[in-house]
Design a binder for this molecule. Structure first.
Ligand code: ADP
Ligand code: MG
Length: 358
């Protein structure tokens, strides 16, 4: 057990790390952020900050020497250099990172556990000839579909929607490994977020109904519609299998499409998730607090709803400028991440609105 007063290391310096740091501080821990960006918004709210590249093994070793446990808020941390942390525990285990960093590995892994992703094929033609593989994948899977980079995609970045074969002609693809997926006809999207403690016990939060706009999460609402609720047990069973197969400790997220034929797995994130931000005010224990509890070997807090329902709305780009208006409604919980520049598509904050009456 890592007792309050000790230092938790967090790899990654964005809003997820910032909200994890708040939760850690409330339990009396110190937080040390490791991130490559000098203007880290997580570093602003923690006691120590190492600004270094994720591949800087000497910096990782010094960071580890200061921490009782290390966790991460960013799933694209390169895995090989993490050996430099030595004997300091790193949770969730880096195998979760390896699995989730690559959309192809992730889909294969989940399929082996009985999950059902969209039909997919690797597009590995390499820089010289990616179109050869792509044409084969499109011929096999059909259109519409989505071509995605296997690694480093987020918020809909690194994706190309292929409506028909005619779209292939105008594509300018990067020299990266890609994956082509059939387009899933879904009536809704939802996520399963669980916390698994060091003793193997698992708790689930209510599944939120997620609406994406332009590939970016817009709103998460609990409770989800009845159509989703009917698919949650099957989705939870898969998520629990994933957690057990990875001997997972911490918060894990799986995203699903709710289809007429049941839940279709979209992707997993080995971390706290944007669709769980409502848990800060809407659940008895937030995803951030339970993640900290899990990696420190503490018992989990209750994940049940604290209110009849909640809706989280992301503030993207210029939306955040509306903060005075948002605060003028006393029922809104406003979260601003302190990011300097409001670029289009950038997550600047979120608002949570609790449903107080059933
Ligand atoms: N195969 C698919 N079929 C239908 N919609 C998809 C598919 N893949 C992605 N999308 C849409 O794009 C969103 C973002 O894609 P996702 O694979 O989750 O990437 P990211 O890592 O950027 O979140 C999804 O939540 C969904 O709305
Ligand atoms: Mg996603």
């Amino acid at each position: 057990m890592i007792a309050p007063g000790e230092t938790i290391g967090i790899l990654g310096g964005g809003q997820l790390g910032r909200m994890m740091a708040f939760a850690a501080a409330r339990l009396g821990y110190r937080v040390h952020i490791f991130a490559p960006e000098a203007d880290s918004i997580a570093a602003e709210v923690c006691s120590r900050f190492t600004c270094a590249d994720y591949t800087d093994e000497a910096a990782l070793a010094r960071f580890a020497a200061d921490c009782a446990v290390i966790t991460y808020e960013f799933e694209n941390v390169p895995v090989a250099p993490l050996a430099a942390v030595g004997a300091t525990p790193l949770l969730p285990h880096p195998r979760a990172l390896e699995t989730a960093q690559d959309r192809l590995n992730e889909k294969r892994f989940v399929s082996e556990l009985g999950g059902r992703p969209a039909p997919f094929m690797a597009v590995d033609g390499g820089a010289a000839n990616p179109m050869g593989d792509l044409a084969r994948a499109v011929a096999e899977i059909g259109t519409p579909g989505i071509l995605k980079t296997r690694r480093d995609g987020y918020d809909g970045k690194g994706q190309w929607r292929i409506k028909s074969e005619a779209d292939l002609a105008g594509l300018d693809l990067p020299p990266q490994a890609l994956i082509y997926e059939g387009f899933v006809t879904f009536f809704a999207e939802f996520s399963v977020i669980l916390a698994r403690a060091a003793d193997g016990s698992v708790q689930f939060w209510d599944s939120a109904e997620n609406v994406h706009v332009n590939g970016i999460l817009d709103t998460s609402t609990v409770p989800a519609s009845a159509g989703i609720a009917a698919q949650v047990p099957q989705a939870r069973a898969l998520a629990q299998k994933v957690a057990e197969a990875l001997d997972y400790v911490g918060v894990l997220t799986l995203e699903f499409f709710a289809t007429e034929d049941g839940p279709v797995f979209n992707e997993m994130a080995p971390r706290v998730h944007n669709s769980g931000h409502w848990t800060i005010e809407g659940a008895i224990t937030s995803q951030f607090e339970n993640h900290i509890r899990a990696v420190c070997g503490l018992p989990l807090g209750l994940t049940t709803l604290a209110v009849p329902g909640a809706r989280m709305l992301n503030l993207i780009g210029d939306d955040a400028h509306d903060w005075p208006k948002i605060l003028s409604d006393p029922a809104n919980h406003l979260h601003l991440y302190g990011k300097a520049a409001a670029r289009p598509g950038r997550k600047m904050g979120h608002v949570t609105r609790l449903k107080l009456e059933a």
